[in-house]
Ligand binder design. Structure first.
Ligand SMILES: [Zn+2]
Length: 86
């Protein structure tokens, strides 16, 4: 297992959250803290990645690569902050 930061999830989350998902702000369901995806603690394995809150270790995002399919979940994310277009 390799520990990297949330920038490692950029490719997997681009289609889900927009052209630069690493700046997307998530609210942690465990402790309520707010932070961009880029600052999450991401643990990588051969099967995929798990992003954890740096404040309380709650699992914010999981990315599992299963053959030609990719499963993305936000199990510990209470909300995703969506910027209001100007
Ligand atoms: Zn937290």
């Amino acid at each position: 297992m390799t520990l990297v930061d949330g920038n490692a999830l950029a490719g997997a989350l681009t289609e889900l959250l927009g052209p630069d998902p690493t700046v997307t702000v998530l609210r942690c369901a465990g402790c309520g803290s707010l932070g961009p995806v880029a600052l999450a603690a991401v643990y990588r394995t051969a099967m995929g990645s798990v992003a954890r809150c740096r404040d309380c270790d709650t699992v914010l995002v999981t990315v599992v690569d299963a053959g030609e399919q990719r499963w993305v979940a936000l199990p510990g994310t209470r909300a995703v902050l969506e910027p209001v277009p100007e």
